[in-house]
Design a protein around this ligand. Structure first.
Ligand code: EPS
Length: 387
């Protein structure tokens, strides 16, 4: 089964990810992974860090002559900031020592205070370096491998921003894979051109006030076969696995499958995707996407729809949120740390990654295979058996 582990701190030397369980023979190049890394850096509203983080990867193990060996794949992503100056060398050194500048005014909404209490730290940096969304770079490298595997059985994934702060897209049209290039070219990764300007204006206004913005992204997975996940047990339900994976993205506070929250307010007679038989393809179809492509925790074969709501970043360029200095216990405002105004466009790419990693793991659970050929053969035979 596909599994992966990331390590590394935001201002340390590097992030690393080890991906284990991919079949042998999957074609993959550094350039393909690098392209996904580049997509995560897209988006208006990012802070100064994105201007110099190159997210350059080194494929350390598990790939030979452009294809996977079936062994664990190790990828390193150097933090450019570490190598461009010695600014963080003493602060993040693994050698014994103490910081000269402990952060004692935790930011509300960040992991700072709860993390310090739980792990017995008096410097928020001991928590925030790992809590930082910089870690998502390592996830995206793993996600590039998962997407490559999914591509061999025709599964493709995209995301787009549907809400930025209060500015929301009113379009119900779902973009297809052919639209992904245009979405990535949009400064806010928005498919709905009529909403794009309002989103940019919201970011400009928040930036002017030293404030931050959250928003909502929608992830769509096309070509997902019937039958991933299962109704038989809580931890095998595909929608539950997706919710956990997407909720784990830094600052995500809500996950919706299909029209989850709207459906709750409808009558049962209009809240479900009617089933029809398509004689031409020999498949059952559902014309609507209310269920988001899963019923009973099992994929239906329709497009999967997963939305993720990100809270406004807890770090503000002009800190105003009230907190307490953990040494003096006096009321104050949280410490100032360089930050983005919003990371919602990038979060969409990370959400694609998390959906890809779940679908790849579940596809492997269903189709198995030590080689990609075996995996594909099993998937094709299964799909044929349904017709
Ligand atoms: C982040 C804060 C910012 C972001 C960072 C996530 O970093 P810094 O504190 O170094 O300015 O730029 O995101 C990335 C570095 C990245 O590659 O996505 C945070 O606190 O989560």
């Amino acid at each position: 089964m596909l599994r992966y582990l990331t390590a590394g701190e935001s201002h340390g030397q590097a992030l690393v990810v080890i991906v284990e369980g991919l079949p042998a023979g999957l074609p993959i190049t550094v350039e393909e992974i690098q392209e996904e890394m580049g997509r995560r850096r897209l988006g208006y509203g990012r802070g100064p860090r994105q201007r110099f983080e190159a997210d350059e990867i080194t494929l350390v193990g598990g790939v030979r002559h452009g294809r996977t060996l079936g062994s664990p794949i190790a990828i390193e992503i150097k933090n450019s900031e570490w190598f461009r100056s010695d600014k963080w060398h003493a602060e993040m050194s693994p050698a014994p020592g103490v910081t000269k500048d402990p952060l004692t005014k935790p930011r509300p909404g960040h992991a700072d205070l709860a993390g310090m209490q739980k792990y017995g730290f008096t410097d928020a940096r001991d928590v925030l370096e790992r809590a930082s969304a910089r870690e998502t770079a390592a996830r995206v490298a793993a996600g590039a491998l998962a997407k490559k595997l999914l591509g061999t059985i025709g599964i493709e994934i995209l995301s787009h921003v549907v809400q930025m702060g209060p500015a929301r897209s009113k379009s119900a049209q779902l973009p297809t894979m052919a639209d992904l290039g245009a979405i990535d070219e949009s400064p806010v990764r928005c498919f709905d051109k009529s909403a794009e300007d309002a989103m940019i204006e919201e970011i400009k206004a928040a930036a002017k006030d030293g404030d931050s913005l959250g928003g909502i992204v929608e992830v769509l997975a096309y070509g997902v076969p019937v039958g991933l996940g299962s109704h038989v047990h809580w931890d095998r339900k595909l929608d539950a696995l997706l919710a956990q994976a997407v909720m784990s993205i830094q600052a995500v506070k809500g996950v919706e499958i299909g029209d989850g929250f709207d459906v709750a307010g409808m009558r049962g007679s209009v809240a479900h995707d009617a089933i029809s038989w398509d004689a031409a393809t020999g498949t059952y179809r559902r014309e609507t996407t209310l269920a988001g492509g899963t019923e009973g925790g099992i994929t239906t074969g329709e497009v999967m729809v997963v939305r993720a709501a990100m809270k406004p970043l807890a770090t503000l360029n002009i800190p105003t949120l009230g907190t307490v200095d953990i040494i003096t216990k006096e009321a104050t405002v949280s410490f100032k740390e360089r930050t983005d105004v919003t990371a919602v466009p990038a979060m969409g790419v990370v959400a694609e990654t998390m959906v890809a990693l779940v679908l790849a793991a579940e596809a492997q659970r269903k189709f198995g295979g030590d080689t990609v050929d075996e995996f594909v053969r099993n998937a094709v035979a299964y799909n044929e058996s349904l017709r």
